[in-house]
Every structure is written in structure tokens, then in C-alpha cells.
Design a protein around this ligand. Sequence first.
Ligand code: SF4
Ligand code: SF4
Length: 189
Amino acid sequence: MINRNIVNNNKSYENNINDINNNISNSNNSNNNIKKEKEKELLKKVRQYSILNLEIKKLMSELNIDENILNAYINVSNALMEPNKLLYKKLYCSGIEIYYGEYKDIRKNIKWFPKINYDNCNNCYKCIDFCPKGVYDIEYINKSKKVIVKYPFNCIINCNACSYICCENNAIIFPENKISKIEYKKEKR
Ligand code: SF4
Ligand code: SF4
């Protein structure tokens, strides 16, 4: 009897230790998960920031915008760590014709653009907000709204950045293989 009690006490001691260990491990896991989520969010922001800024800088130099303005923009956006979407949109409207100037006649032969798998899309509109090329838009059907790929050929060739900001269900799909330079040159001739 005494022995059984000792065994039982030992068991409950072991159970307690196991519970504590489990709690610690669960709490570590949940801390790790929160950390991972935060890192993921940060990476998304950095990616968005970098892409928009690259596009803005590209457009500014294509438009021969005064170097001082370009430098001021770079300094401000670096300090804020925030791309200026309004400025981007204004510049994009001025630069739209020149951006794909070098291959605008053949852009429509290059099949690089996103497709949406509507089974996985939750209509969060993040892609509309994110894409620096205005590829996505909202379509209104009766009283419902849905995100569509409205201007597929505005998509930057070999960019697939929006698929990273899309929901976890991978609703945005791109071709499996990137467009190679050799293929691009062939198409250019
Ligand atoms: S991949 Fe195309 S649609 Fe997506 S963000 Fe880049 S340019 Fe926009
Ligand atoms: S980001 Fe993805 S889930 Fe959200 S609207 Fe666009 S395609 Fe749909």
C-alpha cells in the first residue's frame, strides 16, 4: 500500500514535471510562432517597400527627373521605410508608355502574368494594394465584388512578388518557369 502510494506520488510528480515541461514548450512554441509571424510580416513589408522603391527610382530615371529630387525622395523614403504609393502612381501614369518601350510590340506574346485561383481567394484586396503596376482591379458583378487580373500585360516580366503577399492559400499563380533572357531575345527578333 505504502509502496503503491510512493509509486502514485512519483507518477503524479512525473506528471507535474511533464505538465510543466509541456507548458514551457508550448509557451516557447507560441513565442516562436509569434516571432515567425512577425518576421514574415516584416519580410513582406521590406519586399513591398523595395519593389515599389525600385520601380519609383526606375521611373524617375527614365523620366529624367532632376537628380536632386530623386536623391531627396530616396532620403525621405529611406528614413520613413515607407514607399510613397501616391508618388509612384503619379509617376507611373507619366511613364507607362516608356516603361515597356523597348519591347512594347511583343509584350503581349510574353505569357508572364498572374492568375487567380478563386477557390482560394478570400477577396482581401492585398494584391490590388500591393502591385506597383496596377495589374489587379475590382470587378463589380451585381452586388458582389471580385478581384480580377485586369491588365495582365502590365505585369513586370518575371516578377511574382504579389504571390508572397497573398493569403496563405496561394491564390495567385504564376507560370512555373521564368522567362529566360534567351527566350526573350528570340521573341524580340
Ligand atoms: S508580379 Fe506582376 S502583378 Fe504581381 S506585383 Fe509584380 S508586377 Fe504586380
Ligand atoms: S491577395 Fe490573394 S486572396 Fe487577396 S484578393 Fe488578391 S488574390 Fe485574393
